[in-house]
Design a protein around this ligand. Sequence first.
Ligand code: HXC
Length: 260
Amino acid sequence: PKREYLLLDYRGANNCVAVITLNRPKALNALSDPLMQELNCTIAEAEAQPNVAAIVITGSEKAFAAGADIKQMQTRNFVQVYKDNFLSGWDRVSSSPRVVIAAVNGYALGGGCELAMMADIILAGEKAKFGQPEINLGTIPGAGGTQRLVRAIGKSRAMQLCLTGEMINAKQACDWGLVSAVYPPDQLVDEAVKLGEKIASKSKVALQICKEAINKSYDLSLTEGLRVEKQLFYSTFATNDRKEGMTAFVEKREPRFTDS
Ligand code: HXC
């Protein structure tokens, strides 16, 4: 399919990492409805490739994404956003069965920061800036900024970011646990691909089950979460890869996972 607002290519050994590059430079990758539709279709396309274990989402060195498209939202009223279910397609990234890595260079603001937080892992370039500036527009975050950010950095810091609209830099984001590592801007995407490749060497079934278990920790009490974890752990004993992994260890060799 023809893509207008983003690029898709495959990298790493056996093309195991899909790299999606948001590419709407004139608007700093503002996330318009057509862009989000294209993103969702492209993620589905990447997920359908049997070799793909990880998906990297990135932008440009200036902007990962400067938020939802303000010009598009400007003239809408309540009934329109409500009836049209404006943000209904926005959570696609968070439900991907593959591992999603956000590689954030430049601005990740508003919906851009929220999109990054839907990924499983965020890596940042040294010049990255994160923020939820919706308050400056008389509105509030609408795609996880008041929910995922609290879980990532805690209530007080999330309150401060959302109530002031101020931005934090990559170092701060790393110190606060929003991102897991910071790299020079020109090395960021390569590092994300390397991380994706490392993850891709594991069993895809085990990766998917592991993601599911960790994501459950968002929603469940400790007791319930531990119960789900144990059930999911048991379920790995129904896979060939679990048997292969343990057999390879005992035989002192590398495992050959078959994603089965
Ligand atoms: C539409 C945007 C945009 C956005 C930038 N642009 N952000 N267009 N929506 N979110 C456009 C500008 O209008 C301009 O185009 C071009 O991109 C370059 O931006 P400049 O402002 O000229 O660049 P600069 O001076 O470098 O400033 C960069 C910036 C600033 C600090 C990132 O652009 C900015 O503050 N953007 C808005 C950030 C924001 O408020 N995001 C939250 C959006 S609300 P023209 O053609 O006009 O020159 C949101 C709600 C989420 O995300 C709810 C759920 C999804």
